[in-house]
Design a protein around this ligand. Structure first.
Ligand code: OXD
Length: 306
């Protein structure tokens, strides 16, 4: 009985220590060094190489190392097994903090003043009139972000593919209500899961439904936004700025036009990084549930894609 970690390109020692403390005596096999694949019963994965789970003949469950499962489901050789993801108040709070900070930055026009600083320009401006925010995606994280922004005094609307009720937030659902959800918003926060339905979702047609001159924060997945359509929307003034934490290709290639764009702020996918201590606790609980043949907590619906 053992647990495999297939989490390439991440420093893992902290997570290994935390998981060992939660599951004393359970052997961990750390990809690519998997000496006994036939003993692996659960795999914890993050952007795992496609097909790498096929070697585990006794595999009973798959656990995402993050909140998202799009990269897990992208594996064409994915075994048909229960898949769980991390749902963690610490991760949600990290996202709230990131979105709050970027909204405050735009409110105070810090993007403008930072650009002015690079030219030694002293040009005071009053805060941006930023009143109405729309949150796309009202799941575990989006609903908390929306509630936080409403508590800060913003007028908040929320959009999701299916109807949701949230106190103090005007919610919209489905394609027919998308234009109404984003049309009044000074700023749109994208927190949609990446699924077949949301890939390329923020394209020219939908960006044209945004309020002229509005701002976009994408903290979901890069593939939800069509890069060229975003650049065109910025060029035409349909959007006045964007803060992007996620990209189609990560790391963002050095020659990508986003890097040099004056109206784009970039962060390197740090908006809500998995907290190794709380992730280890959740994974350990699910490992025990798997051994006891109990349903996993935070199990995803593969047909919905989240
Ligand atoms: C996640 C992420 O899905 O960090 O957890 O993007």
């Amino acid at each position: 009985m053992s647990l495999a970690l297939i989490i390439p390109d991440r420093p893992l020692q902290g997570f290994i220590d935390a998981l060992t403390a939660e599951l004393p005596g359970v052997p961990l096999q750390i990809w690519p060094d998997i000496p006994a694949p036939e003993e692996v019963q659960m795999a914890v994965v993050w952007r795992h190489p496609a097909g790498s789970l096929s070697a585990f003949r006794q595999l009973k469950a798959i656990h995402s190392f993050g909140a998202g499962v799009d990269a897990v489901l992208a594996d064409p050789a994915l075994p048909a097994l229960p898949i769980a993801r991390i749902v963690d108040p610490a991760l949600t709070q990290a996202m709230v903090h990131y979105v709050h900070t970027v909204v405050a930055m735009y409110h105070l026009r810090m993007d403008l003043f930072l650009a002015q600083q690079s030219q030694a320009l002293w040009k005071p401006r009053s805060p941006r009139p930023l009143k109405h925010i729309c949150v796309l995606g009202l799941g575990e994280i989006g609903s908390v972000v929306a509630a936080h922004l409403a508590a800060q005094g913003y007028q908040v609307s929320g959009w999701a593919s299916r109807p949701r009720q949230l106190d103090g937030i005007r919610t919209y659902a489905g394609e027919p209500e998308f234009a109404a959800a984003v049309g009044q918003a000074d700023l749109v926060v994208c927190l949609l899961p990446l699924t077949a339905a949301t890939r390329d979702f923020l394209n020219a047609e939908r960006l044209a439904m945004f309020k002229t001159g509005s701002l976009l924060i994408n903290v979901a997945r890069g593939a939800i936004v069509v890069d060229d359509d975003l650049l065109a929307a910025l060029a035409s003034g349909q959007l006045s700025g964007a803060t992007l934490d996620v990209f189609r290709q990560e790391p963002l290639p050095a020659d990508h036009p986003f890097w040099q764009h004056p109206a784009i702020q970039i962060t390197p996918h740090i908006s809500a990084v998995t907290n190794v201590a709380t992730a280890a606790q959740q994974i350990a609980i699910n490992y025990r549930r798997m051994l006891a043949a109990e349903p996993l907590l935070q199990q995803i619906d593969v047909t919905r894609g989240y």
